[in-house]
Design a protein. Structure first.
Length: 250
């Protein structure tokens, strides 16, 4: 089903953004396109759009219930989400609870090393530049955001991590790392935006110790492990079955 929508405003690698009938909201359509390694690897994965849309919706609902301001308004169809219109801040905020991925490629840290408190890395959101890692000095130099806004972003991101860790633990998933994007409304309110899904999180199944079998996220696609959509389907099943709410889930 396709909800009533206005003109296409933006098309990214995994989503399309359309105008909606509400002037302060937009409709996001989650696509089946999968990309990795800065879009050098591409594929169509049947049902990915629905799985990521539904997983993101449940996670945004959980965060909203805990008082985190997000762009999420509601689901409009299986692969469509109504969200508040924001201007995306060109920063990718990555939280790392366990060492994996680029952290282990770029430093001598052994994969699987626990990181507590979580490491917060900032990347400049620019495909042409390959989303480079930033330093605080570079954030200042580029004037992406001012110091006050940066500290609000870091606080929000750490709060999200502190809520998602027990949420995933309650459904026997280990939140290894994840990427967040934030946006500003026309009135200047800072909101969590984009998506939170197996495309943007590393999630390991606590029910198995096998290093390949436990991967339930986009690493299955990156590493050609197969069973990508089965893994995303398992994440959706557990996320939907979760009875965790911010008051009983710590
Ligand atoms: N990530 C993302 N989009 C990006 C880069 C990273 O969603 O453009 C997510 C990625 O899925 C992982 C986390 O951010 O959960 C950390 O990614 P990392 O820096 O380790 O890079 P990768 O190993 O994916 O190249």
């Amino acid at each position: 089903m396709t909800p009533d929508h206005g003109e296409l405003l933006y098309e990214g690698k995994a989503k399309r953004v359309y105008a909606s009938t509400q002037s302060d909201c937009v409709l996001v359509e989650f696509k089946n396109d999968a990309t990795a390694f800065n879009a050098q690897k591409k594929a169509q994965l049947d049902d990915k759009g629905r799985l990521n849309c539904q997983i993101s919706a449940r996670l945004f609902e959980h965060l909203e219930a805990a008082g985190v301001p997000t762009h999420y308004v509601g689901l409009a169809a299986d692969t469509w989400m109504l969200v508040k219109k924001v201007e995306i801040i060109p920063l990718e905020v990555v939280l790392r609870n366990i060492a994996a991925g680029s952290l282990c490629r770029e430093t001598p840290i052994t994969p699987g090393t626990p990181i507590d408190p979580a490491l917060l890395d900032l990347y400049y959101k620019d495909d042409a530049l390959g989303d480079p890692l930033l330093t605080q000095a570079r954030v200042r130099l580029l004037a992406v955001v001012n110091d006050q806004r940066l500290s609000a972003i870091e606080q929000l991101a750490r709060r999200v991590n502190a809520l998602l860790l027990p949420f995933f633990r309650s459904i026997e998933l280990q939140l290894v790392d994840f990427k967040l994007e934030l946006g500003l409304t026309s009135s200047g309110e800072l909101l969590l935006a984009d998506e939170i899904s197996p495309d943007t999180c590393r999630l390991w199944d606590c029910k198995t110790m096998n290093a390949e079998d436990r991967i339930l996220d986009k690493d299955r696609f990156r590493q050609d492990l197969g069973g990508v959509m089965q893994a995303y389907g398992e994440v959706l099943k557990r996320v939907q079955a979760s009875t965790c709410n911010p008051r009983n889930c710590m």
